[in-house]
Design a protein around this ligand. Structure first.
Ligand SMILES: [Zn+2]
Length: 391
C-alpha cells in the first residue's frame, strides 16, 4: 500500500466512482437471463478489448475472457463475476435511479461484480502497474440456479485455460467484509411420476401420481435435518393434473437439497431418493389388479460440490489482511458461488463482495447503493496484486 502506483490505483476508485456507476448501469440494462447471456457477454468482451486485454474471446460455453498479461504467465489468477441473473427472458432489465439507489433485476447480483472486473482492469492499465503473474478476467455464464455453474465448470474442465489456473477470485454481490471461502453444496432434482390417469369416480383405485408425490413430500418434510452442520431441503415447485374430477396422468416436483457438510448432503440425498421410490411403491401397491403401474423418473438437474479453501491458506489470509488494512472486520462465510467448482478441484478460490450495499436480491425490486463501493474495489485490488505480484 506504500508503493506509489498502488496508492494512485486505490485513489482511482474514488475519483472514478461516478463513471463506474454509469458503466454498471450500462451493463445491467443489457438483458441476461439464464442461457441468455450472449448480448451481455459480447458487450463485456468489447470492453475487455478497449481496456487493452489480450486473447479476448467468448468461449464455447459463452464465458467472456480477457487476459492481462504480466511478465510471466504464472501465477495465473482468474478474476470473475457472473453474467447471468435469475430472471426470465421477458424481464425488464432497464435500470432506474432514485436518490442514491439503482433499481434493476440483477443490479447487485451480479452487476456490481461485473463492473468491478472492468474498474480493476482499467485501474491496473491506467496506473501501469507492472504485474509479475497474469490475470484472466472472466464473465461467467450459468452461475445461478439451473445454470448449475456451467460456465465455471467449462472453464476448469474443458476450456483452454483449464490446466493453468493457480487461484480463483470471484466478485459476487455487494459488501466489504464477506470472504466466502467455504462452498455450500447442493443437489437439485426434478421428479416425474406418470400413470394411466382416468375418471375420478369411474376409475377410482387407479394409482394416482399426485397422491404418490404427496406421500413423498410428506416424508421429506419430516426429515430431521440437523442445524449443525446446517442442512436444508425444499420442494420448490409442484405440478400435475388437469381437472378436479380426473385422476391425473402425471405429477412433477423440483427439489433443492443443501448442506454445509458433504456427508450430511449424501445422507439427505439417499433419504430423499428412498422416500420417493417408497411413495410410488405404496401408491402402486394399492392399485386394482390389472391396472397399469405408476412410473417414476428422478433427474439430477443441479449439483454443486461442497468444500473449502482453508482459512490459513495464503489466499484467504491475504483477503483477511486486505480487509483489516482498510479498517473493516473480515467475516469468513459459506455460500454457493462460482468458487464451489475450483474449490472442489483443490484450486484455492474465494468469493468477495464488490463493495456498496444492496437489498431484495433475486426479486424484481432488487436495488444497489454504490456509496462506499471504493472500499470493496480497493480490497479486491489488494488481494489480486498480492496473488499475482507486482513490481
Ligand atoms: Zn450471484
Amino acid at each position: 500500500m506504500s508503493t506509489p502506483h498502488v496508492v494512485r490505483a486505490l485513489r482511482f476508485f474514488e475519483t472514478h466512482a461516478d463513471a463506474i456507476t454509469e458503466e454498471q448501469i450500462r451493463i445491467c440494462s443489457i438483458p441476461a437471463s439464464p442461457f441468455g447471456e450472449q448480448e451481455r457477454a459480447e458487450y463485456l468482451s468489447r470492453k475487455f478489448s478497449q481496456l487493452g486485454l489480450s486473447e479476448v474471446e467468448i468461449d464455447e460455453e459463452g464465458n467472456c475472457l480477457g487476459l492481462l498479461r504480466g511478465s510471466s504467465r504464472a501465477p495465473l489468477l482468474v478474476v470473475s463475476a457472473h453474467l447471468d441473473t435469475v430472471f426470465p427472458k421477458d424481464t425488464d432489465f432497464e435500470v432506474t435511479r432514485r436518490a442514491n439507489k439503482l433499481f434493476a433485476p440483477g443490479i447487485a447480483d451480479d452487476g456490481c461484480g461485473l463492473v468491478a472486473l472492468l474498474a480493476i482492469a482499467q485501474t491496473i492499465q491506467a496506473e501501469r502497474i507492472p504485474l509479475e503473474g497474469s490475470i484472466l478476467f472472466v464473465g461467467t455464464v450459468g452461475e445461478e440456479g439451473e445454470g448449475n455453474l456451467r460456465g465455471v465448470r467449462h472453464l476448469f474442465t474443458k476450456g483452454r485455460w483449464a490446466k493453468h489456473v493457480d487461484a480463483f477470485l470471484s466478485f459476487d454481490g455487494p459488501g466489504v467484509d464477506r470472504i466466502t471461502n467455504r462452498a455450500l453444496g447442493s443437489r437439485r432434482y426434478r421428479v416425474e411420476v406418470s400413470g394411466p390417469g382416468g375418471h375420478s369416480w369411474g376409475d377410482f383405485g387407479l394409482p394416482n401420481p399426485v397422491h404418490a408425490a404427496g406421500r413423498a413430500i410428506a416424508r421429506l418434510a419430516a426429515y430431521p435435518a440437523p442445524k449443525e452442520p446446517r442442512t436444508t431441503f425444499n420442494v420448490g415447485r409442484i405440478e400435475g393434473g388437469r381437472s378436479v374430477n380426473a385422476i391425473p396422468s402425471e405429477a412433477s416436483m423440483e427439489v433443492d437439497l443443501r448442506s454445509t457438510a458433504e456427508a450430511e448432503l449424501q445422507r439427505l440425498d439417499a433419504f430423499f431418493r428412498r422416500v420417493v421410490r417408497d411413495a410410488v411403491d405404496e401408491e402402486n401397491a394399492k392399485r386394482r389388479v390389472g391396472d397399469a403401474l405408476l412410473k417414476l423418473k428422478v433427474d439430477l438437474i443441479g449439483e454443486r460440490p461442497t468444500g473449502e479453501t482453508a482459512a490459513d491458506s495464503p489466499l484467504v489470509e491475504l483477503a483477511i489482511e486486505a480487509t483489516k488494512v482498510l479498517g473493516v472486520e473480515p467475516r469468513l462465510d459459506q455460500s454457493s458461488t462460482d468458487s464451489n467448482l475450483p474449490i472442489s478441484l483443490g484450486i484455492p478460490a474465494i468469493t468477495l463482495g464488490a463493495g456498496g450495499t444492496s437489498g431484495c436480491s433475486h426479486s424484481l425490486d432488487e436495488w444497489y447503493d454504490p456509496s462506499g463501493r471504493d472500499l470493496g474495489l480497493k480490497r479486491g485490488l489488494l488481494v489480486i496484486l498480492g496473488i499475482v505480484g507486482h513490481g
